[in-house]
Write a protein that binds this ligand. Structure first.
Ligand SMILES: C[S@@+](CC[C@H](N)C(=O)[O-])C[C@H]1O[C@@H](n2cnc3c(N)ncnc32)[C@H](O)[C@@H]1O
Length: 223
């Protein structure tokens, strides 16, 4: 693909992200893994909460989280690519959500330097930037460091969710590492669950969920 075509493809992909973020579609959650993860995450967040988007990408998830926390809440969003920050900032401005979000150009492995304990939810949507450089992907070592730090920041009853993509080599390794990590978490402190698309071929995305045991927020879990 030449540079012009690549730019057009990137712009198309951003337009689609903007449209999706502006009007979240009613959809079949089992076939749309990222929406399914967000639906689950939404049950752990209420107005005024602090939450983390560990992989902001083009900002679709960041925008959805910003809506969920409302004007009194905050989202701290991480990415290692300046391009992700500029796309996300533009999307948030367009949607009137910019003031609720702190955009951080750094690895999510350093989450502990930016966020205070008491976080309601941390979302990872792993892999590469849609429409961007497919060589820049999340990697097991940093993802595990980030996930471990994220758990220490979660408030009791809070949730870590990770959408995992095993269709590329680094993603397959990352998924295995995360599943092993989650399986070994103390059952006294955490509940972990794993959602797999059981009859799908070609490595569909999957979801890992970890909640810190503690007070159950009935008001938000069953709304
Ligand atoms: C699948 S995309 C995220 C999609 C995004 N949530 C959205 O709604 O558009 C994965 C992102 O993770 C970012 N990433 C890779 N390594 C990272 C790291 N160590 N810390 C934070 N982000 C990272 C990539 O640059 C990429 O933008």
């Amino acid at each position: 693909m030449d540079d012009g075509a690549k730019q057009m493809a990137e712009e198309e992909s951003r337009k689609a992200e903007r449209a999706a973020a502006a009007e979240p579609a009613a959809c079949n959650l089992i076939t749309r893994t990222t929406d399914w993860a967000m639906e689950i995450v939404s049950h752990y967040i209420c107005a005024g909460d602090s939450v983390v988007d560990a992989t902001m990408g083009n900002g679709r998830d960041t925008a959805a989280l910003a809506r969920l926390v409302g004007p009194s809440g905050t989202v701290t969003a991480f990415d290692v690519q300046p391009q992700a920050l500029s796309h996300t900032a533009a999307l948030l401005m367009e949607l009137g959500l910019r003031s609720r979000v702190q955009l951080i150009l750094d690895s999510h492995a350093h989450i502990g330097s930016y966020c205070k304990p008491g976080v309601a939810a941390v979302l990872f949507n792993l892999g590469y930037l849609p429409g961007g450089d497919k060589e820049i992907v999340t990697r097991s070592e940093e993802t595990l460091a980030a996930a471990t730090a994220a758990l220490s920041l979660l408030k009791p009853g809070g949730l870590l969710a990770a959408v995992m993509y095993s269709g590329h080599a680094a993603g397959a390794q990352e998924k295995e590492a995360l599943l092993r990590w989650a399986q070994e978490l103390s059952t006294k402190e955490y509940h972990a669950a794993y959602i797999s698309m059981w009859n799908q071929k070609k490595n569909p995305p999957e979801i890992l969920l970890v909640t810190k045991r503690g007070q159950c927020r009935e008001d938000i879990l069953w709304r």
